[in-house]
Design a protein around this ligand. Structure first.
Ligand code: HEM
Ligand code: HEM
Ligand code: SF4
Ligand code: SF4
Length: 438
């Protein structure tokens, strides 16, 4: 028998999509039965109370969590998002309901053993509820009490060799597309660099030292499966510099209908037989492709590596051999001064362990600048707007390059440095008056 009546959220148990309400109820029931004889360290009925407070929020159309919450573990300045219910008498099981961010493996590959181990820990010391995963990438443990935080942290570290993720004004948990592990488009090992930089910058991740949050994301190619260009302050996006590799026989097989276009992604609807002219050549954004006399040609200097032709004919076209990444900076959500996608800073850089060039010529100079110049709670993207892209180029030492702009400025409010102007800026009005009377 459920602890609270939940008529509104009960409606979310119907329909084909996996119901979070049914799952919550299942966990509530499992805790009530406690068949494994677990010594629950937080209220056994916390899932029932979560259902209860959620039902109340559905009824009121407003949240029932109090503002903020500052909790954590010694040594770290982040990793735990504190939260308290604003109806603790009605729902004592969620009076404390803190979220713990747990650092996930790059690409989110798991063994059952690992998942079972973290579940055993979280059933005993937490609510048994999770978010797999948070939008930044972390494994999210949803709901525990303050006294359990150090206990969970100790067991994670000592028994599971596992750390917390980031929160606060620091480097947040980096994440990546699955890259070379199972994608033939990957232009660098996204998992390796994600893991390496996560380890390299543990201090920056665990102890907030920045004006605001900062995120890394790694996409193996411009398809951007982890959306680095939109959701990270420093985005790594794989690309190549040489020719797209063309297998002319496979091209013919596509044209002959032996291989479905886009690996069959549009098979749910009849789009007619594959037409290479219509579906590839005419859609190439730079019109740099040609199919003549049974041969596909690509004019490499004009190709912007948009991925379209490769996405359509993955068995005939492959990314080049001279691979690396473009680095883009400044993406952020709307607050305060408007949403930004990342802007190109490094058109091409090799991505090879131990990534020294990336660390020393890109990441650390950007941080040195932003940590000094960034205003309180100003994202990198906003600092770039405020102080200018040129300033970013100066501090990183990269040369201005036409690839860094979509179009040149149209306004003529151009700043010059004094030493770029013959005679500098120090002028004497009396000199001027000698030639021009008032
Ligand atoms: C035959 C007469 C004139 C010619 C050929 C002329 C030409 C120009 C040109 C080519 C510019 C630059 C536009 C640009 O940067 O895109 C300019 C700017 C300007 N002119 Fe003239 N001008 C004339 C008369 C005047 C007069 C009589 C005034 C003021 C009473 C004036 C005030 C200005 C100002 C303030 C600017 C700067 C505007 C800005 O930076 O946005 N001009 N003029
Ligand atoms: C009380 C009188 C005036 C006030 C309060 C005023 C105010 C301003 C302001 C706020 C700007 C914009 C500055 C910027 O964007 O950085 C401006 C620009 C300008 N004003 Fe005035 N203005 C006045 C009188 C005049 C007069 C009398 C003229 C011409 C005879 C004039 C010509 C201009 C021009 C050409 C610009 C553009 C300058 C540039 O693009 O750098 N203004 N003014
Ligand atoms: S971003 Fe590119 S390399 Fe990474 S998984 Fe997606 S398609 Fe593959
Ligand atoms: S990758 Fe894009 S720009 Fe390059 S040839 Fe293919 S469709 Fe054209």
């Amino acid at each position: 028998m459920a602890k609270h009546e939940t008529p509104l959220i009960d409606q979310l148990e119907s329909g084909p999509w996996p119901s979070f309400v049914s799952d919550l109820k299942q966990e509530a029931e499992s805790r009530a039965k406690n068949e494994k004889n677990i010594e629950y360290q937080i209220p056994q009925d916390c899932c029932d109370d979560l259902l209860g407070v959620l039902e109340l929020s559905y009824k009121h159309g407003r949240t029932h969590w109090k503002h903020g919450g500052i909790v954590g573990v010694f040594g770290y300045g982040g990793g735990v998002i504190g939260r308290y219910c604003d109806q603790p008498e009605m729902f004592p099981g969620v009076a404390h309901f803190h979220t713990m961010r747990v650092s996930q493996p790059a690409g989110k590959y798991y063994t059952t053993k690992y998942i079972e181990d973290i579940c055993d820990l979280w059933e005993r010391r937490g609510s048994g509820l999770t978010n797999m995963h948070g939008a930044t990438g972390d494994i999210i443990f949803l709901g525990t009490t303050t006294p359990q935080l150090e206990e969970v942290f100790w067991e994670l570290g000592h028994n599971l060799n596992q750390d917390l993720g980031g929160s606060g004004s620091n480097l947040r948990t980096p994440s990546d597309c699955l890259g070379e592990s199972r994608c033939e488009f990957a232009c660098f090992d996204t998992q390796a660099i994600c893991h390496d930089l996560t380890n390299e910058y543990q201090d920056e991740l665990h102890r907030p030292a920045f004006p605001y949050k900062f995120k890394f994301k790694f996409d193996g190619c411009p398809n951007c499966c982890v959306a680095a260009i939109a959701r990270s302050d420093l985005a790594f996006i794989g690309t190549w510099r040489d020719d797209i590799r063309i297998d002319q026989e496979a091209v013919k097989a596509y044209i002959g209908g032996e291989i479905p276009p886009n690996a069959g992604a549009h098979a749910g609807r009849d789009w007619g037989p594959f037409d290479i002219q219509k579906e590839v050549i005419d859609l190439c954004p730079t019109k740099c492709m040609r199919y003549e006399d049974g041969k596909l040609e690509i004019n490499t200097p004009e190709c912007t590596r948009c991925m379209h032709c490769i996405n359509v004919m993955p068995r005939a076209l492959r990314v080049g051999n001279d691979k690396g990444a473009s680095l883009m900076v400044g993406a952020k959500a709307p607050i305060l001064d408007g949403a930004q996608m990342a802007t190109l800073l490094v058109p091409f850089i090799k991505v090879e362990p131990p990534y020294t060039e990336i660390k020393e010529t890109v990441i650390e100079p950007i941080w040195d600048w932003w940590m000094e110049e960034g205003k309180n709670r100003e994202r990198l993207g906003e600092l770039i707007k405020r102080e200018g892209m040129q300033k970013l180029l100066e501090v990183t030492g990269f040369k201005a390059d036409p690839r860094m702009i979509q179009e040149p400025r149209s306004n003529p409010y151009v700043f010059w440095k004094a030493d770029e102007v013959p005679g500098g800026f120090e002028r004497d009005i009396n000199e001027f008056r000698k030639f021009h009377q008032r």
